[in-house]
Design a protein around this ligand. Sequence first.
Ligand SMILES: NC(=O)C1=CN([C@@H]2O[C@H](COP(=O)(O)OP(=O)(O)OC[C@H]3O[C@@H](n4cnc5c(N)ncnc54)[C@H](OP(=O)(O)O)[C@@H]3O)[C@@H](O)[C@H]2O)[C@H](O)CC1
Ligand SMILES: [K+]
Length: 513
Amino acid sequence: MYVVTGEEMHRIDRYTMEKIGLSEETLMENAGQAFCRQLFPTVGLEDRLVVLIGTGNNGGDGFVIGRILKEAGFLVDVIVIPREEKIRGTALKHKRIFENSGHEWITFREVQEHFEQLLTKYTIIIDAMLGTGMVGTPRWPYSDVIESVNGATGRVIAVDIPSGVTATEEKHEVGINADQTYTFQAAKISNFLYPAAFCFGEVHILDIGIPRIALENTFETRKLITDEKVKNSLAVRKQNAHKGVSGKALIIGGSIPMTGAIVLTTGACLRTGAGLVTVAVPDKILLGIAQKTTEAMFYPLPQKNGEIEIIPSHFPQDKTLSAYDGIAVGPGLGRNNKHNLYDTFNDFKGNLVIDADGLYHLVDELDKWRGGREGGPTIITPHLGEMARLTGKTVEEVELQRFRISKQFAMEYKVYLVLKGPFTIITAPDGRQWVNQTGNESLAKGGTGDTLTGMILGFLLQHEYITDAICNAVYIHGKTADELVKSQDILSVTASDIIEVLPKVLHSSRYQT
Ligand SMILES: NC(=O)C1=CN([C@@H]2O[C@H](COP(=O)(O)OP(=O)(O)OC[C@H]3O[C@@H](n4cnc5c(N)ncnc54)[C@H](OP(=O)(O)O)[C@@H]3O)[C@@H](O)[C@H]2O)[C@H](O)CC1
Ligand SMILES: [K+]
């Protein structure tokens, strides 16, 4: 499942038409047919339907949908919003097919005076006004129509994308608030960006017959993480494995005011397969943490200001960091002391995960990180606020352009970047991106990020491919929250609950049918 911008979708369409030879008329017919196949099981003969039609190909889809619904015997009105003569190209062809089939439509002008009143009679409103070709903000009369539809009581289904929302990372002012969006062939990027995401409602991605090669050949990959992908890529353990080959993790962090973070990271890391976990914390808090993490081993480190004084590159027993396969640094680390993360970890050959206060320290030495570290891969896991600090942008700017900003940063600093939030985005250093759809607002709580860090580290130790490990961790983490809210109030979920339910969710994800 791909995620595209409007411009990319047009490139894909062009490839399909010019290189493959499928015509736009066929694609439009397929789009209308696919839309109606999705709609039919949810609609009854008692429903009153209306299709609102615009000038472009989105409107063309509307004529196909109107025709199929009328042919099927449904009570459906078709209202053309712009002046009739503006309809052109393939949309005009399908308008003629609609008319030649003996069906009638009315103009918005005819009903403009009592439009809001008219809308009250429809139980289903199909929005085929503006699609991926809309530029800027909707002009009149669309602006008024959108407002009226948003005030109506009927179920609103958007064709491809809610009118008024662009398939870009631009801010939009006004858009249809759809109950459902039936989108064609690939998810549209704004579906994963707030506030636009609010407009989409429940989204169904419908196949309209565009061959896979057209998608693969025409844009840089941006994909959805699917149940299928996770199920097929979860790591398996060899029958003859032992703890020494199941991954040795080192987790560095913890401070007097924040003892819980590292406990959560450790718990999650153990629950996602780490063979041996060592926890490096300030000596003063070691005992308290040890009581909560039975299976871990410990390195007490000298403390200053209640935090680790300085992260050493030589650890007392194992001599060097190279005794570990993966390291996570940052949970509860604190910000009072200065740490040279780049110098400490540059040569480390395993996976290095930097989170939370680790990211705080990273900002001060970003110049050194440009181009990546020499020893091995680095994974960073910022939330919006941390990403804003890393890039010198505002939270609003990052939120609006989460894909573009992630990609720029990941490519420049050669890191795997996990931009957390609703629809977490994972970006590889080569710019490929994955979007996660699991999880819910119960995760908006302290400690859930620490849990994710532990899961990412745990999976990294098991997986051959870094992106699989990260995508699976993000997906399963979200899924735990989805599982928890089935029996627990959305306000009550805690990070500890996530660790508790994690084994069950991991098991069901592996064996889901
Ligand atoms: N994905 C596929 O393979 C297919 C998608 N289809 C559908 O086609 C649309 C995209 O079609 P397109 O014609 O490119 O775009 P629109 O339907 O959005 O219409 C663009 C026209 O709308 C007018 N416009 C542009 N901006 C505004 C604005 N701000 N306010 C008002 N009007 C605006 C403009 O027309 P004018 O006559 O006013 O100049 C644009 O030309 C896609 O979303 C799918 O639904 C196809 O069915 C084929 C397969
Ligand atoms: K639309």
